[in-house]
Design a protein around this ligand. Sequence first.
Ligand SMILES: [Zn+2]
Length: 336
Amino acid sequence: MAVGCSFIQVVSNDTPTKSNIVFVTVTPEPSLTLSEGKRFKETITPEATSARPYFADANELGQVMVLEYHRISYPEDRYQRTPDNFRNDLQRLYDQGYYPVNFIDVVNGLPNVPPGKKPIVLTFDDSDISQFRMLPDNTIDADSAVGIMMNFHYQYGDDWPPHATFFVLGNDVQDNIAIFGQPEWAKAKLQFLVDVGMEIGSHTVNHTDLSVATAERIEWELAVSKHVIETLVPDYTVKTLSVPYGGFPFTLDFLKAGNWGGYNYSYAGNVAAWGGPSVSPFDPTFERYKVSRLEISSTWMDHWLTYFEQNPQEYYISDGDPNRLTAPRLEIAAEN
Ligand SMILES: [Zn+2]
């Protein structure tokens, strides 16, 4: 398979820090462009992080939604969102002031959310082909999740950076569960996601229920899946995990670090399969290895977007300053 080249070149980032703007130049690449004549723009700036005015109405103790998607296809059902419904989800989120981040950003305390923005995480489990499909003419299917998100980013630029987390199955051998369903494209797709700024996490090797697995099997799944991804994407470190079926091993210690056959692994965070909106990473009850998600259906999207529209004080709003924690003052009535 000969599509391992780098599609994106980072320029102007001597020692990148949170406060630097990192300019990313997308090199037009005939083998990874969007279908239907939608081509990459020549330059994108994924994060505008230079100006960070303090935002007084921030609430960094508010809740954060981590959305859970599976397939983007027809018809709509519990594990399948149609392309049009997914586009509508993005539009509603954008219109209501949400700003996409990767799951690892939540674990790290949401350092890169612009002032006044509400962070939201889009996650995709199972590395299904409908999340990232290459068409016979070697273009990205504009109706796959990646095609839809990239086009949405081109429409809104820095206000909607290409951030999302893909929890992939680390099996690049078996065709039936190969990463994104097209084994010959697995490496190029993963590299593309990393290059544009998205996150790749592990969903184990074989979609194993860790709640009933032996210790050795758990460590094999967690070590090998990470190793497979990192072999396909050199210089990338897999940091997060989504346990299949929401099945937790008998001790969370397995998720944090372990070893199998000489492969050491560690993970910084893990998502649950359900649970609703997550508490803020700064909330004392936040558990980085059990972060709640919202399984996405039309009903749940409507419910929670409406809920936070009516109760905006309950959602996380960034102050734009990674070194300051801002939350509304707790008003206590004076007694006398
Ligand atoms: Zn799954």
